[in-house]
Design a protein around this ligand. Structure first.
Ligand code: FES
Length: 110
């Protein structure tokens, strides 16, 4: 079951990548080419902090070794063989909401 959390942070103008905290989790929030994305904050390669990275051509770039992750699918670039978790978001009149999986699946993949 997904629980929706309202984001209490002001969103900067234009393109950005920043760390947010929701339900005790540090996540990475980005706006790229007019779209908002929420993804895991830790790089699966070697633990880099993805919110310290940047976006390019629909990908989030890790600042440590510059591995790339597709912002729509979470898939790593060819040859990486990894992926990042993408969190569902909803833009509602009262603000931006992020969906976090609860229970067993949330613990496993959250
Ligand atoms: S830690 Fe992210 S690319 Fe290596």
């Amino acid at each position: 079951m997904i629980k929706w959390h309202k984001l209490d942070t002001e969103l900067p103008e234009g393109e950005f990548v920043k760390q947010i905290q929701i339900d005790g989790k540090k996540l990475c929030l980005a706006r790229h080419q007019g779209q908002l994305y929420v993804v895991q904050n830790q790089c699966p390669h070697a633990g880099g902090i993805l919110s310290g990275g940047w976006c390019r051509n629909g990908h989030l770039i890790c600042p440590i070794h510059r591995w790339e992750y597709n912002l729509d699918t979470g898939r790593g670039a060819a040859g990486q063989g990894d992926y990042i978790r993408i969190y569902p978001i909803e833009v509602r009149p009262e603000g931006l909401f992020v969906g976090i999986e609860q229970g067993f699946w949330g613990k496993l993949f959250g």
